[in-house]
Design a protein around this ligand. Structure first.
Ligand SMILES: Nc1ncnc2c1ncn2[C@@H]1O[C@H](COP(=O)(O)OP(=O)(O)OP(=O)(O)O)[C@@H](O)[C@H]1O
Ligand SMILES: [Mg+2]
Length: 299
């Protein structure tokens, strides 16, 4: 639950003015660059106003997500990752800057942006798995009746839960509940799937399996995902592109390509992991000169 409100007018950002935002390396050369980015986050500062404080969660964050990107935002706890995702979801308004999806300014939540949260209790407990997945399809008027059920079953099958379609959430494990939440998000076939540390609370083995399943799903469907994590290995494994945010207030430190798919255990990945770690925890943003040398081509 959110206790604060965001500040919708421009105001001074304490302690952030002296720092310089590191320029994200641009992706030159490929054809998609010629077109519009799917998601365009431009100079976004988000502040929370509590009774006694003005908290700057993110400061002038900019990035672009292209169609089919597995775009991962990584940064330490409290750097504003969830805040940023909620703003893309349309739940929070930036203090300055703007966020556009397919060129349209985001001002409110919409079925074109579905969110999967970290918590296991995001399902409606009085509804079965199938009913949970069908629910947003019906309430948004996307599909009704048989068509809604068919679409829901299609995605339930994709997350390997066909046998549990008529089960209630309390009878499922944490990992299974997350798969239902993913199926529910994907069934809406949103322009972009927003995932806020969806695997963070899972045991290591389940987490690895869920990561593999997500990548398999991506191979099949090629959806666009904006994924938030504070795990560097998870970012390298899942991401095609990785945005590094500095500690609170979150500012862009670098934007880099990950290693090619399936090479998350390579020496190259280990080196990238060290590089990301050094960049994230370097004192000064200016002391992060290796962003471009981390440009390892391939998704
Ligand atoms: N509703 C709120 N009211 C006031 N301050 C908030 C609120 N939500 C977040 N913040 C503050 O904004 C900053 C960013 O929080 P946010 O939850 O976005 O970080 P995060 O990067 O997602 O962290 P974590 O990795 O721990 O999930 C923090 O300093 C936090 O205390
Ligand atoms: Mg968070």
């Amino acid at each position: 639950m959110m206790s604060g409100t965001t500040v919708a007018s421009r105001s001074a950002v304490p302690g952030a003015g002296a720092r310089k935002e590191a320029a994200g390396r641009s992706r030159g050369g490929n054809a998609a660059d010629a077109g519009q980015p799917l998601l365009d986050v431009r100079g976004v500062t988000i502040q929370y106003k509590t009774q006694h404080h003005l908290i700057t969660a993110t400061y002038r964050v900019s990035f672009k997500v292209l169609q089919g990107d597995r775009f991962v935002v990584v940064g330490p706890s409290g750097c504003g990752k969830s805040t940023l995702l909620k703003a893309v979801g349309g739940y929070l308004a930036p203090t300055e800057g703007e966020i556009r999806l397919k060129g349209e300014l985001i001002t409110k939540p919409g079925p074109d942006r579905l969110m999967v949260f970290q918590e296991f209790d995001q399902l409606l407990p009085w509804m079965t798995v199938l009913e949970n997945v069908v629910f947003p399809l019906k309430t948004t008027g996307t599909l009704q009746g048989k068509a809604a059920i068919e679409r829901a079953m299609h995605y339930i099958q994709k997350v390997k839960l066909t046998d549990f379609a008529n089960s209630y959430p309390h009878t499922l494990s944490g990992g299974m509940k997350q798969r239902v939440a993913i199926a529910r998000g994907m069934a809406m076939e949103p322009d972009i799937l927003l995932m806020d540390e969806p695997f963070a609370a899972l045991d290591a083995l389940t987490r690895t399996r869920m990561q593999d399943e997500l990548l398999q799903l991506w191979d099949e469907i090629r959806f666009t995902v904006l994924f938030v994590t504070h795990s560097i290995p998870e970012a390298i494994k899942l991401g095609s592109r990785i945005l590094l945010l500095s500690p609170h207030p979150g500012q862009v430190k670098a934007e880099i390509n990950s290693v090619p798919r399936g090479q998350e255990n390579s020496d190259e990945a280990a080196a990238l992991g060290r590089e990301i770690h050094d960049m994230l925890f370097a004192d000064q943003i200016e002391e992060a000169p290796h962003a471009s040398s981390a440009n390892i081509p391939g998704h």
